[in-house]
Design a protein around this ligand. Sequence first.
Ligand SMILES: Cc1cc2nc3c(=O)[nH]c(=O)nc-3n(C[C@H](O)[C@H](O)[C@H](O)COP(=O)(O)OP(=O)(O)OC[C@H]3O[C@@H](n4cnc5c(N)ncnc54)[C@H](O)[C@@H]3O)c2cc1C
Length: 430
Amino acid sequence: MMTIPASKSMTDVDKTDLDAPIFDSEAFRLNDEQAGIIATARELGQRVFAGRAAAYDRDAKFPTENYRDLHRTGLLGIAIPKKQGGLGADYQTYAIAAAEIGRYCGATALTWNMHVCSTLWSGPLADDLEMDAATRAEHERRRAIHYKRIVEDGAIYSQPFSEGGAAAAGGVAFGTEAKPVKGGWLVNGKKIFASLSGHADYYGVLCTETVEGEKASRRNTLYLALPAKSDGVSVVGDWDPLGMRGTVSRTLLFKDVFVAEDAALMPRGVYFQAAMRWPHMFLTLSPTYVGLAQAAYDFTVRYLRGEMPGTPPVRRRMYPTKQIAVAQMQIKLEQVKAIWFQAITEARANPTKEQVLRAYAAQYSAMEGANEIATLAIRTCGGQAMLKSLPLERIYRDSRCGSLMLPWTAELCLDRIGREALYETGETDD
Ligand SMILES: Cc1cc2nc3c(=O)[nH]c(=O)nc-3n(C[C@H](O)[C@H](O)[C@H](O)COP(=O)(O)OP(=O)(O)OC[C@H]3O[C@@H](n4cnc5c(N)ncnc54)[C@H](O)[C@@H]3O)c2cc1C
């Protein structure tokens, strides 16, 4: 991989031959601790994950080796508080670190997001939400169990959410049900596109707690860390998709799976509260695609300069049409980075309407922008650049998948921005 000189503002780990960061710490006012965590992610991505990405993609194989490295470097516990052995990163730091991982291996970054959400949602996000003192104390006791497994044993958590219907879009209650029984719940249901299937140690299942005599309600959503080896769990179907092939997002079936009370990653009612009051929780799928946008741009600059390893040193940069394409890509990339950085920086409880609309716009921009930049990269680099021996065609395929991610698909973002910009809460045309 070509060496880009490190900027002066970077920490020690960056001083060798790393790519420049996507977000320079001085320009984007990141502190030394943030820059250090992000640099660790970038170094691991560039030095280790980039070289493995093609094989995971070709074989649609889960990046198990990368997860061992994420554990070894502490990144598996990036959002776990320091006093519990984690790196104590906040939302913004995690998001930028995830973009750096996505730059080198999209499937690792996307699955790492599912894992990190189990700690981010139960951690800094839950700390912002309302709970009485006893509930909070119990929540803190329970989450410590999960955090210890991750920090000490390298346990991997996933986040099966989608069911194929309107639940993952936020429209109705999850069809996967948790029936209260002595000491826990019995879980029954089906999750589609469950990334890390067969590879996670715990499936962080979103499901609806059944209440005798009541209709299923989104208010009764539970977030349970179901042990993957439990009786009644099966992984079915094959996995041979267009892109993000290393995510191994197969179908999970739950048949009378007993889940103990301590498996709750959030207390009763808190997931619903989070979905209402902390909407940026759903923006965490976007960092991967910011990284892919940067990767497509980096590839193009190297390729047109004749500096891409594995290709003849032929320069193509002197053609005005190629220069214009690079300019268009750079403008798009800076637009994506600017709105996305602002949105991840203002993630918090009870955001203003303007901040929520900006978060949808940031998600849309990252997901669609990554693919637009990758499309331009293919067109302008030319035929030899899209061979499977080079990373660009994988970046292109991976980048196409971002807009499909519920609950904030590109279509649903457009839908919400349009409606919420034109109507205040409760307003109608009647
Ligand atoms: C690579 C990859 C990895 C994934 N990993 C995970 C994972 O780990 N966990 C997980 O839970 N999911 C995951 N997903 C699933 C993803 O989040 C979506 O749920 C999935 O792509 C939706 O597929 P679908 O065909 O059901 O979509 P759609 O049919 O588009 O959507 C499903 C339903 O959502 C509603 N809906 C969709 N669009 C609209 C609209 N415009 N207006 C109103 N309602 C709408 C409808 O009810 C629709 O039937 C992954 C997807 C991919 C591609």
